[in-house]
Design a protein around this ligand. Structure first.
Ligand SMILES: *[C@@H]1O[C@H](CO)[C@@H](O)[C@H](O)[C@H]1NC(C)=O
Ligand SMILES: *[C@@H]1O[C@H](CO)[C@@H](O)[C@H](O)[C@H]1NC(C)=O
Length: 412
C-alpha cells in the first residue's frame, strides 16, 4: 500500500515538475523587457535601440564574406574597398571576413594564405572565424556535436591569430558554413569560448510582396539571453538555440530582395544580369531600410561571385560609392556595429564616436582621388563638419520652438 502511495506521489511530483518546466519554458520563450535591460541585453526588435527615432539612426551597411582567402580574392577586396572611400568621419570603409582554411574536409591543400588575412586586418577590416573546413555535406554543421564545434572553430581562431599575427581578442565573431546552424552545440561553444557574436540566423519573408503585405521591417542585432523564436532561425533544417547565452550577440541575416522580388540571404544569390542590375537591387535594399526603421543592412557576398560574374564587381563598387556619398550612412565592421548597439547615437555624434574611428588606416580627408568618378569628390567636399554644426543648431532651434509651441497649446 505504502509503495502504491509512493508511486502516486512520484507521479504527482513528476507532473508538478513538468508543469513547472513548461511554465519556466514559456516564460523564457518570450524576451521580456523588464528582465532584458539595455545595453547588456537586447530583445529581438525592429525598433532602434536607445529610444532613438529612425531619423536619428546612422544607416549602417556591413559587408560580410565567408570562406578561404588567397591572393586573387584579396585583389578583389582591395579593389572594392578602396582606401579613398571614406565614412562620414573620414575613416576608410571596412568589411568583415569569416575566415576558413580548407574548402572541404577532403581537400588536402590549405586554401587560405594568411599573408592576405593579415593584409585585410592591416587595412582595417574585421577578421572573424568560420570552421577550419567548409565541411560537406552542408548538414554536417547542423548535426555537429559540441566537440566538433570546438575542433572546427576554436582551433581555427587560434590558427588565424597565429598565422596572420592577429591579436586573438580581436577575433570575436563566427558564422556557420552554409548557415546550417548547430543549435546549442554551436552557441554553447561560442559562449564558452567568449566569442562576442554569432551571425548565422536567418529571418524575413520569402518575397518582397509578402514583405510589403505584412508591413515587415528588418531586425536590429539582439542578444541571446532568451532563446530566439523559431521564425528567427528560418532556414532548413531548423536548429535554433534553446538555451540562454547571456550577452552573446546575434547579428541576424535579414533576407534581402532581388529586382525580381525574390528573397536571397547572400546577396550573391539574388538574380542579376548586368552591372546596373547589381547596383539597383543593392540600392533598393538600402533605401528600404533607410526609409523605414534604419535597421543595419547586411550584404553577405561570396567572393567567387566576382569571378563567376565579372560585371558584379563594378555594380558593388558603384553601390559602395553611393553609400559613402551620404552623410548619415556608414560602411563599417560587425564589431563596430555592436559598439554602436551598446551605445546608440545620432549620425552627428557618431562622427566623433571612438569605436568608429579605430581604423588601422589614417582617418583623413582624401587629398587625391585618381578614380574616373569625379562626382565622388564633390560629395566628399560637402562633407565638412561645418554642415553638421549648422544642421544641429537648426535642429536644436526647431525643437526649441516646437517645445515652446506645444507648451503654448497644451496650456489651458
Ligand atoms: C602566400 O602569399 C605570399 C605573398 O604572395 C607568398 O610569398 C607565399 O609563398 C604564399 N604562401 C603560401 C603558403 O602559398
Ligand atoms: C572567458 O572569460 C571568462 C571571464 O573573463 C574567463 O574566466 C574564462 O577563462 C574565459 N574562457 C576562455 C575559454 O577564454
Amino acid at each position: 500500500m505504502a509503495v502504491w502511495n509512493g508511486d502516486i506521489f512520484a507521479i504527482r511530483l513528476v507532473f508538478v515538475l513538468c508543469c513547472i518546466c513548461l511554465l519556466a519554458r514559456d516564460v523564457t520563450a518570450k524576451c521580456d523587457l523588464s528582465n532584458c535591460i539595455e545595453p547588456r541585453c537586447l530583445c529581438p526588435s525592429n525598433v532602434p535601440p536607445g529610444q532613438l527615432q529612425p531619423p536619428q539612426v546612422p544607416q549602417v551597411v556591413y559587408f560580410t564574406f565567408l570562406g578561404t582567402m588567397d591572393e586573387s580574392k584579396y585583389k578583389h577586396i582591395e579593389d572594392i574597398f578602396s582606401e579613398d572611400l571614406k565614412n562620414p568621419n573620414y575613416c576608410p570603409v571596412a568589411a568583415t571576413f569569416f575566415i576558413g582554411d580548407f574548402d572541404t574536409v577532403a581537400s588536402p591543400v590549405r586554401k587560405t594564405n594568411y599573408t592576405y588575412v593579415k593584409k585585410l586586418y592591416e587595412m582595417g577590416h574585421e577578421v572573424a572565424t568560420t570552421g577550419t573546413n567548409i565541411q560537406y555535406p552542408v548538414t554536417w554543421w547542423h548535426r555537429a556535436a559540441s566537440a566538433d564545434y570546438v575542433n572546427e572553430v576554436v582551433f581555427q581562431k587560434i590558427r588565424i591569430a597565429t598565422d596572420a599575427e592577429i591579436n586573438g581578442d580581436d577575433i570575436q565573431g563566427f558564422r556557420v558554413p552554409f548557415l546550417n546552424n548547430g543549435g546549442d552545440a554551436q552557441f554553447g561553444m561560442l559562449h564558452d569560448y567568449n566569442f562576442t557574436y554569432d551571425s548565422s540566423l536567418v529571418n524575413g519573408p520569402y518575397t518582397l510582396r509578402d514583405y510589403q503585405a505584412t508591413s515587415h521591417s528588418p531586425l536590429y542585432p539582439f542578444t541571446l539571453d532568451v532563446p530566439p523564436d523559431k521564425k528567427l532561425c528560418d532556414i532548413t533544417p531548423v536548429n535554433c538555440p534553446s538555451q540562454s547565452y547571456p550577452g552573446l550577440w546575434e547579428i541576424p541575416l535579414n533576407r534581402i530582395y532581388g529586382n525580381d522580388g525574390q528573397a536571397c540571404v547572400a546577396a550573391s544569390d539574388c538574380n542579376v544580369r548586368d552591372t546596373s542590375d547589381v547596383f539597383n537591387f543593392l540600392v533598393n535594399n538600402f533605401n528600404r531600410n533607410y526609409r523605414s526603421n534604419r535597421a543595419p543592412l547586411g550584404i553577405y557576398l561570396q567572393i567567387d561571385w566576382f569571378k563567376e560574374k565579372p560585371f558584379t564587381l563594378e555594380g558593388v563598387k558603384r553601390f559602395i560609392r553611393h553609400v559613402a556619398s551620404k552623410r548619415d550612412a556608414w560602411v563599417i565592421t560587425v564589431s563596430q556595429l555592436i559598439d554602436w548597439m551598446k551605445s546608440p547615437m545620432s549620425p552627428s555624434r557618431a562622427i566623433t564616436f571612438g569605436a568608429w574611428r579605430n581604423s588601422k588606416l589614417p582617418c583623413s580627408r582624401p587629398q587625391t582621388y585618381n578614380s574616373p568618378n569625379t562626382n565622388y569628390v564633390d560629395h566628399m567636399g560637402h562633407r565638412s563638419s561645418a554642415i553638421f554644426i549648422t544642421k544641429n543648431s537648426l535642429l536644436m532651434a526647431t525643437s526649441f520652438f516646437l517645445a515652446l509651441g506645444s507648451q503654448f497649446f497644451i496650456a489651458p
